[in-house]
Design a protein around this ligand. Sequence first.
Ligand code: ABN
Length: 176
Amino acid sequence: MHWLDNLGERVSRRLAHRSSRRGFLNGLGKVMVASAAILPVLPVARAGNTPKLTGLDPNEIPEEEFNSCDYWRHCAVDGFLCSCCGGTASSCPPGTTASPISWVGTCHNPYDGKDYLISYNDCCGKTACNRCGCNTQTRERPGYEFFLHNDVNWCMANDNSTFHCTTSVLVGLAKN
Ligand code: ABN
């Protein structure tokens, strides 16, 4: 083993002679900076961190989409969306009163693939809001099938039957 000891000593001495601690730290620093720059751009599956949209919470949907007639919850609305008139999709604007009777539609939520019952209650007691007018007709029937027709002023039973806007109240899951 004597020759191996000698060889090891010679190699170590040569290495020590040619390198310095500062040089080693310099190299190590460069490797650390380079890896910090490269690692974040490596392809990593991050899909698990993205919250899955339910389509049920208005706060998770951009206002523009929520106030569009194409938003799934408004699939059978006939009126001005109350969320554009100072109320929300499920509450009337100040100074108006919800109609106790309504048209109930069944809408498909594309976010979770389920069908929901939506009650389209009118808000009554102020002149027509005239913003975000929608007339979507999923599963609506002609006027002679009165209770399957949504082109009706549901404020008719209110003290003040002036129609202002319509809410799209989520009732619950539809049973198929
Ligand atoms: N349900 C909204 C509405 C009000 C008045 C007339 C037609 C439809």
